[in-house]
Write a protein that binds this ligand. Sequence first.
Ligand SMILES: CCCCC/C=C\C/C=C\C/C=C\C/C=C\CCCC(=O)SCCNC(=O)CCNC(=O)[C@H](O)C(C)(C)COP(=O)(O)OP(=O)(O)OC[C@H]1O[C@@H](n2cnc3c(N)ncnc32)[C@H](O)[C@@H]1OP(=O)(O)O
Length: 169
Amino acid sequence: MTASPATTPPPGARIPTQDLGLISPDDLRSAGIYDGCFGCGKDVADGLQVERTSSDGTFVHGHFHVGDRHQGAPGLAHGGLLATAMDEILGTAAWSLGRMAVTGRLETDYRMPVPVGSTVYLKAWCTGVEGRKIYLRSEGRLNDPDGPIAVEAAALFVEVPAVHFTQER
Ligand SMILES: CCCCC/C=C\C/C=C\C/C=C\C/C=C\CCCC(=O)SCCNC(=O)CCNC(=O)[C@H](O)C(C)(C)COP(=O)(O)OP(=O)(O)OC[C@H]1O[C@@H](n2cnc3c(N)ncnc32)[C@H](O)[C@@H]1OP(=O)(O)O
């Protein structure tokens, strides 16, 4: 992955090990908080419906199925949707560290076309934290957790206060 300086942690940035586990859409729904995410909302018919499957303090994993509604070129996934999938799993990795954070910068490398009908297996991990800045990487593999890398990303997430998500911001 060719990451820019903005998404590369500075020397000495620490890598946190805290793992709060996955916050699933079901958790959010039952808490009455949130059900409308384009990336993971189960009831968002045209969304990606990314399913998060595990978190072990280093890596978070998930997957999604590429449907007709995700097409760009005929029969192939749209690149913007693949970037969205990267954003989703990167955000999951940041939040599973107990950090309320939003995407500041997202860089994506597309390595292979992703056909409609594929399942993309997602993985993300933190490469360093400095102050409010959280550096992360992710990858999406084709049709198998160990399949070829079709898309990969580097990102800078920035920690924000809860008011970021309210009308009062
Ligand atoms: C997000 C999910 C919400 C859901 C909530 C509900 C339930 C949660 C449950 C589960 C969550 C699980 C998973 C999450 C899933 C998906 C994640 C999706 C994430 C998104 O899809 S989220 C939407 C897109 N996102 C935005 O909508 C952000 C808009 N934006 C801003 O809100 C501000 O722009 C902000 C806050 C980014 C910074 O603003 P600010 O004023 O607070 O701080 P400031 O500007 O000082 O930046 C501080 C330091 O970051 C550096 N920095 C900032 N941006 C940079 C850039 N682009 N390039 C290089 N460096 C950058 C500065 O250079 C400085 O660095 P330094 O400290 O060294 O000077």
